[in-house]
Design a protein around this ligand. Structure first.
Ligand code: FES
Length: 106
């Protein structure tokens, strides 16, 4: 099962196995990791699952849809590597991706 390295808002790291087909958000919520609130449950409408995809993992995930980009645009701490973690789907190629959780998700 692919793993994801979550860099949490306090700077600590958690390595979590996440099944293929689930999202980076699912992996965080199911393992009670702090920082990803996921208010809308993954329907790309709340942006409380904001993360930063570290450079080494850029390109491993599908491109953001315009719907996702519109939500990110309104985030205070948005950056070029910002994504909504409910839209980051795990596959074998995403194994070992480093994902930094925003400290501003609520
Ligand atoms: S969980 Fe709401 S946008 Fe990702």
């Amino acid at each position: 099962m692919p793993n994801i390295i979550y860099v949490l808002p306090d700077g600590s790291e958690q390595i979590v196995d996440v099944p293929c087909g689930q999202s980076v958000m699912d992996g965080a919520v199911r393992n009670n990791l702090p920082g990803i609130i996921a208010e809308c449950g993954g329907s790309c409408s709340c942006a409380t699952c904001h993360v930063f995809v570290e450079e080494s993992a850029a390109g491993l995930f599908e491109q953001a849809t315009s719907e996702e980009q519109d939500l990110i645009e309104f985030l205070e701490d948005a950056a070029l590597c910002s994504r909504l973690s409910c839209q980051l789907i795990i596959s074998d190629t995403t194994a070992g991706a480093r994902i930094r959780v925003s400290g501003s998700n609520g």
